[in-house]
Design a protein around this ligand. Structure first.
Ligand code: ADP
Ligand code: MG
Length: 239
């Protein structure tokens, strides 16, 4: 029953320096992400959710504490190992999509492969890569928008494009920072339905930060951030 966690953070501390004053944000975070589930993280604005997400994605390092991915320590891994983790093992999506405005939807989806491979390798495999990108756009229901630029897409379509991009390298774990935070309730619930489909059909493990109680209620388990720590809400919702 108790499968080993995909991601485990233990005793994470992180402070920011503000005008030579140290501002503690994470004060002993413990978190276990079970495989094959959608884990929602909730908490007030400023409670450190994005800070924690950055540490889990190895975009930043904790002051102390450890992060393990499938049992392997990643927070202090070499730059090459962290690059490989980000380019191969995880996908990341954000509230504001972070699409490149000059590229079409399909080119945005292709971008990780252009970065992850040598130019030579990319051009050698570009037809295959493009077919894969189109398959990912199809997977998120957006193939008919492949040649559209981000400004020609709705918010929901931009997030679908970002999800397709995150799937390009076939990650086993998706980290999502407020993926529905800029969308109306109906569109947000469609994005959740899409994420649930990826979880169910492909076994994708998802960690999703959200402000939205309705979105959080659709997750398999709920973690709440407060006072620089994570509380497990499973017991509470059952009580
Ligand atoms: P959340 O995502 O839960 O809203 P954040 O992790 O973005 O919270 O921020 C937590 C706290 O850390 C906030 O008080 C914020 O102002 C501060 N903070 C975040 N990033 C930085 C930074 N790069 N430099 C200084 N302070 C930061
Ligand atoms: Mg945030």
């Amino acid at each position: 029953m108790n499968e080993a966690p995909v991601l485990r953070a233990s005793q994470i501390y992180k402070s920011y320096q503000k005008d030579s004053i140290e501002v503690p944000v994470l004060r002993g975070v413990d978190l276990e992400v079970p495989p094959g589930q959608i884990t929602a993280m909730v908490g007030r604005s400023g409670s450190g959710k994005s800070t924690l997400m950055h540490l889990l994605a190895t975009l930043d390092r904790p002051d102390s504490g450890e992060v393990h991915f499938n049992g392997r320590r990643i927070d202090n891994a070499s730059r090459a190992e962290r690059d490989a983790y980000r380019n191969r093992d995880i996908g990341v999506i954000f509230q504001f999509y972070h699409l490149l405005p000059e590229l079409s939807a399909v080119e945005n989806v292709l971008a990780p492969l252009m970065i992850g491979r040598s130019t030579w390798s990319y051009f050698r495999h570009r037809r295959e890569a493009r077919r894969h990108a189109e398959a990912m756009l199809d997977r998120v229901g957006l193939l008919h928008r492949a040649s559209h630029k981000p400004r020609e897409l709705s918010g929901g379509e931009m997030q679908r494009t970002a999800i397709a991009r995150s799937l390009m390298t076939e990650p086993s774990l998706l980290l999502a920072d407020e993926p529905t935070g800029n969308l109306d309730a109906q569109t947000g619930s469609e994005i959740l339905t899409l994420l649930r489909g990826l979880n169910r059909d492909d076994g994708l493990t998802i960690v999703m930060i959200t402000h939205d109680d309705a979105i959080a209620a659709g997750a398999d388990n709920l973690q709440r951030m407060a006072n620089g720590m994570v509380q497990d809400d499973r017991g509470r919702s059952a009580a």
